[in-house]
Design a binder for this molecule. Structure first.
Ligand code: ATP
Ligand code: MG
Ligand code: MG
Ligand code: MG
Length: 562
């Protein structure tokens, strides 16, 4: 591609409202432009990177036995009513009406659509397992779209869904996709960890997030360098103290099938008095813990807790005071992490403990508490342990480290959450009707692009890993007015392309300095400069990542570039 014919509007200045490097560099290097908050146009270079990432995703998904399809982004509300999520998903779901006043949503995710598709077509165990995926634009009206492509309101996701007649079959596909995800992020040259996302009611191994370690990540993960242990701190079981987000409570809603327990049962089970339990709803605002004294007897679940927000008398309580009211040792309120939030983590061995609930009320106060509505298996508080940076590993190896992570992928064992609600069943070997067992698997494709830039850049610009780079080579002539250089450049441009290289050829009538600066900013793996020695058939190759450069004859060039 000749640079004069494509569209790469580079900027010299750092855009004022772009806080993080990937956002700044993608704007400066002419990869994207913002249209409105959380909405971006991907310009030609970004489009090429996206298609490279998608190619990797397709290869690995196909290899894991998944088949690609494409579903509508526009989804009728009836499906979401069937699953119940029309009422629980909240304002992140973009809703709209057609000309007949029928309600629709713009797809934030596709469990409903795929479940209805598969239930109508698959009737027998013989057709299972079945794994389908798509790569598509998703819409979420995020409360705080920010950091460029990391949190958009319109973004590209690869989402996959699997259907099974046994949990063993789900385990097998899940493991296969876990490997596929590891391959995908390895090929994208990302420093990532697969972390336990929530070791709640479905056990500790049933959902993993793929986290790119990065200072700008919005999640905190605890991991060990010398063992496989890694968990998302904020999704781990919580008794009190760790603030959550709306998304997390949605997440929990997605994973869990609520099982109501009476307050007496839970009090007995937690070995605290009923009175104490009723008082045990904690809020966290800024750096203060707020203990909300909820009055009266009620069945507590997170939706009902929300209704108590305004009615409650609010007192500020320290972790110590809170512990006192709850009648538990202060330690159970948890240590405080880097953000000043209390953190309680249960390790893999303690799976299936009391589930934390988390969410936020209308004023943005975060709450956490004991989840009383779900099936919990803890015997006593002494079964819980809290993990801090520097602690030994839950699996007996290494030391716990905390790090910030960017969630680029997320895989889930859904079980029968959707198939039961939406009546997706099959006939087993004995002709009996059974709900399908499901899994779902997401990758943020556009977020992955930004995560790559976040990890691969220097002070001059982006440094693309070869497999996702928009082009292999950046070819330019130092002096475009020099006929000898122009001629050799044109010749090399044709030759290199015929040898299978993707070449970006800077044929613009710009000063060498401008071309070099743009070239560093754009960050292709190799730059080939046709300069003073063009007449002798000698050009310069510069490796973007290391900065090393060497001269090479035109004949040797294809070999050296490869
Ligand atoms: P987050 O916790 O960052 O809000 P999520 O848990 O809500 O993400 P999932 O529902 O698990 O997201 O969706 C699958 C993947 O889609 C995520 O792992 C992430 O990579 C990507 N993703 C989610 N929301 C966004 C967004 N607003 N912009 C870009 N990518 C996103
Ligand atoms: Mg998440
Ligand atoms: Mg979210
Ligand atoms: Mg997620």
């Amino acid at each position: 591609m000749k640079q004069s014919m494509t569209f790469i509007p580079t900027l010299r200045e750092v855009p004022a409202d772009a806080e993080i490097k990937s956002h700044q560099l993608l704007l400066r290097a002419g990869f994207m432009r913002q249209n409105a908050s959380g909405l971006y146009s991907y310009l030609p270079l970004a489009q090429r990177v996206l298609s490279n990432i998608q190619q990797i995703v397709r290869e690995e998904m196909d290899n894991a036995g998944a088949a690609e399809l494409l579903m509508p982004a526009l989804q009728q509300s009836e499906l979401w009513e069937e699953s119940g999520r029309w009422y629980t998903y909240g304002p992140e779901l973009m809703r709209m009406r057609d000309r007949h006043e029928r309600q629709f949503a713009l797809g934030a995710t596709h469990e409903e659509v795929i479940t209805s598709l598969v239930r109508d077509e698959v009737k027998s165990y013989k057709r299972l397992p079945l794994t389908l995926y798509q790569i598509q634009t998703k819409f979420r009206d995020e409360k705080r779209p920010r950091f460029g492509l990391l949190r958009g309101r319109e973004f590209i996701m690869k989402d996959a869904y699997s259907f099974h007649s046994s949990s063993e079959s789900l385990d097998e596909i899940y493991d296969g996709l876990f490997k596929a995800y590891s391959n995908i992020f390895t090929r994208c040259q990302l420093n990532f960890r697969a972390v336990i996302a929530d070791s709640g009611a479905m056990g500790g191994k049933d959902t993993h997030e793929f986290m790119v370690l990065s200072e700008v990540g919005e999640d905190t993960i605890a991991y060990s360098d010398s063992s496989a242990f890694a968990a998302n701190v904020e999704m781990a079981p919580v008794i009190a103290g760790s603030p959550g987000t709306d998304e997390q409570s949605e997440e929990l809603e997605r994973v869990h099938t609520p099982q109501q327990k009476t307050i007496e049962e839970v009090a007995e089970f937690l070995k605290v008095t009923k009175e104490k339990l009723i008082k045990s709803v904690l809020f966290k605002a800024d750096d203060k813990f707020i203990l909300v004294l909820v009055r009266g007897d009620h069945e507590v679940n997170d939706i009902k807790l929300k209704n108590h927000y305004n009615a409650s008398a609010v007192e500020i309580a320290s972790p110590e005071e809170t512990a006192k009211v709850l009648g538990v040792p202060t330690g159970y309120i948890g240590p405080v992490n880097m953000k000043g939030e209390a953190v309680i983590l249960a390790d893999q061995a303690l799976k299936g403990l009391v589930n934390g609930i988390c969410g936020a009320n209308e004023e943005g106060y975060h709450y956490t508490g004991v989840d009383l509505s779900r099936d919990a298996k803890i015997d006593s508080f002494s079964d819980l342990r809290f993990i801090q940076e520097g602690d030994a590993s839950p699996d007996g190896e290494g030391v716990i480290k905390f790090a910030k992570g960017i969630e680029v992928g997320h895989i889930f064992k859904l079980g029968t959450r959707y198939s039961e609600a939406m009546n997706a069943s099959y006939l087993d070997e004995n002709g009996r009707s059974q709900p399908m067992i499901m899994g779902c698997y997401g990758i943020g494709v556009s977020r992955t692009l930004a995560a790559i830039v976040e990890e691969h850049h220097d002070d001059k610009g982006i440094v693309w890993p070869a497999e996702v780079a928009p082009y292999d080579l950046h070819l330019l002539s130092a002096n475009a007015k020099n006929a000898e250089q122009a001629e050799l450049s044109e010749k090399l441009y044709k030759e290199l392309r015929s040898k299978g290289f993707d070449v970006l050829y800077d044929d613009r009538q710009e000063r060498a300095g401008v071309k070099f600066a743009d070239s560093d900013l754009i960050g292709l793996p190799l730059r080939i400069t046709v300069g003073k020695r063009a007449g002798e058939g000698i050009v310069e190759i510069k490796v973007r990542r290391t900065g090393e450069s060497f001269e090479c004859s035109v004949e040797e060039l294809p070999l050296k570039a490869a």
